[in-house]
Design a protein around this ligand. Structure first.
Ligand SMILES: Nc1ncnc2c1ncn2[C@@H]1O[C@H](COP(=O)(O)OP(=O)(O)OP(=O)(O)O)[C@@H](O)[C@H]1O
Length: 238
């Protein structure tokens, strides 16, 4: 089967500087990848490169077999990349509902379906973007990306800065969208032990290169690798 995503020897960065040192990885349809690594190892740069907002130096990106390496960001979104950037980028002067319908594309993800995933968004549908809590903004950012009906969802640290109870609510919704509904996704997350149980596969980056690639279950059981590359201590809930 054609993988939903395949990158080959991807080198990219900002201007002349390369951050990614040749990344090759594939994601099969319906699978979820946890993208891990310490600060500054290139996780955001990798996801931003898939979204098309960095400088491409070498290598290729195929989405469902189609070469999207040279496409502009808006064309990539149309090709099936749903991106939830670290900054969330929701429209603050539009309502929740307007945020979601502004860039919607036809497909299985409709307003009603997103509201059933995030009942809070339905309650808040007439509120403006700037009247939402951090957790609600993040739910809106995910809901808005789904409304584009992507083939692959990119989530860049979706739980960052959120209260623990909201983190659990959001991760449960992400699990319903990925494992429940079969959406393929890449999730960048600092808390390895929280994200590994929700994902199929895991990759660890260090200095822009892949230093671990395997299943999430394998990584979760490997205290040595968790400690070496992520600084996760035995028994500590990260
Ligand atoms: N806009 C930019 N211009 C130039 N260099 C950048 C830019 N954004 C990030 N970098 C550099 O690229 C490297 C990788 O950063 P990146 O944000 O991809 O790491 P990360 O693994 O996502 O880390 P974090 O968890 O801190 O977000 C860092 O050395 C960083 O300083």
């Amino acid at each position: 089967m054609t993988p939903v995503l395949a990158t080959e020897n991807l080198v990219a960065g900002y201007g002349e500087a390369s951050v990614l040192a040749g990344i090759s990885l594939t994601i099969e349809e319906g699978r979820t990848l946890a993208l891990l690594g310490r600060n500054g190892t290139g996780k955001t740069t990798f996801v931003n490169t898939l979204a098309g907002v960095t400088t491409h130096h070498a290598g290729s990106i195929h989405l469902m077999g189609r070469d999207v390496t040279k496409l502009r960001p808006d064309r990539r979104a149309a090709a099936g990349i749903g991106w939830v950037p670290q900054e969330r980028n929701i429209f603050k002067s539009l309502t929740v509902e307007e945020n979601m319908t502004a860039i919607a594309r036809p497909g299985v993800w409709t307003l009603e379906r997103v509201y059933s995933m995030f009942p809070r968004l339905k309650e808040r549908r007439k509120n403006l973007g700037n009247q939402l809590s951090g957790g609600e903004q993040q739910m809106l950012a995910v809901g808005r990306a789904l409304m584009v009906n992507p083939k692959l969802l990119l989530l860049d640290e979706p739980t960052e800065g959120l209260a623990p109870i909201i983190v659990d609510e959001l991760l449960a919704a992400i699990q319903r969208i990925t494992q429940g509904e079969g959406m393929s996704a890449i999730i960048i997350e600092q808390k390895a032990r929280k994200v590994l149980p929700l994902t199929d596969d895991a990759v660890i980056l260090d200095r822009g290169a892949v230093v671990f690639q395997g299943t999430s279950a394998q990584l979760l059981a490997d205290e040595a690798i968790l400690g070496q590359h992520l600084g996760v201590e035995k028994g500590v809930r990260h």
